[in-house]
Design a protein around this ligand. Structure first.
Ligand code: HPA
Length: 278
C-alpha cells in the first residue's frame, strides 16, 4: 500500500468508528481545546465522550493539562466535536499523525474549526490572562502537507492568504463588544518547542511582527485550510516572554495551565455565541 492510501485508510477507519459512536449526529464544527482549556468541553450538552485510546489509529496526548477525549454534543444549539486535548509536534508525532484527527473530523462533515491555545506574549501590550483572536500566523514547524498530496482533501498548493476566516473574526469582535470585552487581534508564531524561547529568539520573533508565540495550532490550521474548512483561532496569554536574560522565573507548565483555566471562563461564552451564529 502506498503512503497516501495507507493514510486514507487510517483516516477512514477512525471516521467510521466515530460515526458509529456518535449515533448519526452530524457535527457542524470542531473545537480543539488547548492547554488548560479543556473545561470548555464540560458545558457541551448531551455529550458522548470517546477517549482517544478507543479510536483506531488515534494518537494519545501525553502533555499536562491535556485530557485526551473526543466529545460530541451540542453547544449554542449546534452539533460540535470537541478535542479535549491536542497533539504537539514536540511529543514526537510526525505531522501526518498529529493532524490525522483534523482530517477525520473533515470526513465526519465539519465545516468550521475553532482552535484555542495557550501562548506567550511577544507584544508588550499584552498581559497574562488576555484572550487574543489569531488573525495570522508564522510557521516555524515543518509544513504538515509535505509528502504526497492528499488529493481527496485539497490541492497540492493551497492558498494561505486568509488562514483565519475574516467573517468569523468580525463576528467574534462584535460578540465580545456586546459582552463588554475588549479583544486584541494578533499574529501567532509557532515553533516546535518544547524548550521555551531564549531572549534573543523572543526579540527576533517580535521583530517578525508576531504578537504571540506557542508550540501548537498551526499544523491543524494548515490541514484544515487544505480541506477548505473555515478557521477561527484564539490564544490565551499565559505568560509574557522575556527579552532579557533573567534567572529562570516562570513556566513549569503548571502556571500555563492555571492561567489558561482562568481565561477559559471568559472564552466559554464567546465560543458558545460564535458557534450559535454559524
Ligand atoms: N512560549 C512557547 N509556548 C508557550 C509559551 C511560551 O512562552 N507559553 C505558553 N505556550
Amino acid at each position: 500500500m502506498d503512503e497516501r492510501t495507507s493514510r486514507i485508510t487510517k483516516i477512514n477507519t477512525a471516521a467510521a468508528y466515530i460515526e458509529e459512536r456518535i449515533q448519526g449526529r452530524k457535527p457542524l464544527a470542531a473545537i480543539i481545546l488547548g492547554s488548560g482549556l479543556g473545561q470548555l468541553a464540560e458545558i457541551i450538552e448531551d455529550r458522548i465522550t470517546i477517549p482517544y485510546t478507543e479510536i483506531p489509529n488515534y494518537p494519545i496526548s501525553t502533555v499536562i493539562g491535556h485530557k485526551g477525549n473526543l466529545i460530541c454534543g451540542y453547544l449554542g444549539g449546534k452539533c460540535v466535536l470537541a478535542m479535549q486535548g491536542r497533539f504537539h509536534y514536540y511529543e514526537g508525532y510526525d505531522m501526518a499523525t498529529l493532524t490525522l484527527p483534523v482530517r477525520v473530523m473533515v470526513k465526519l462533515g465539519i465545516k468550521y474549526l475553532l482552535v484555542s491555545n495557550a501562548a506567550g506574549a511577544l507584544n508588550p501590550e499584552y498581559k497574562v490572562g488576555d484572550t487574543i483572536i489569531i488573525k495570522d500566523h508564522i510557521n516555524f514547524m515543518p509544513n504538515p502537507l509535505i509528502g504526497p498530496n492528499m488529493d481527496d482533501f485539497g490541492p497540492r498548493f493551497p492558498d494561505m492568504t486568509c488562514p483565519y476566516d475574516l467573517e468569523l473574526q468580525e463576528r467574534a469582535l462584535k460578540i465580545a463588544e456586546d459582552m463588554g470585552v475588549k479583544l486584541h487581534q494578533g499574529i501567532y508564531f509557532g515553533g516546535s518547542g518544547p524548550s521555551y524561547e531564549t531572549p534573543a529568539e523572543v526579540r527576533f520573533f517580535r521583530s517578525s511582527g508576531a504578537d504571540l508565540v506557542g508550540m501548537s495550532t498551526i499544523p491543524e490550521v494548515i490541514v484544515a485550510r487544505h480541506c477548505g474548512i473555515r478557521v477561527f483561532g484564539m490564544s490565551v496569554v499565559t505568560n509574557v516572554c522575556n527579552t532579557e536574560n533573567v534567572e529562570r522565573n516562570f513556566n513549569d507548565g503548571e502556571d500555563v495551565v492555571q492561567q489558561a483555566n482562568a481565561a477559559t471562563r471568559r472564552m466559554i461564552p464567546l465560543f458558545t455565541k460564535l458557534i450559535e451564529s454559524l
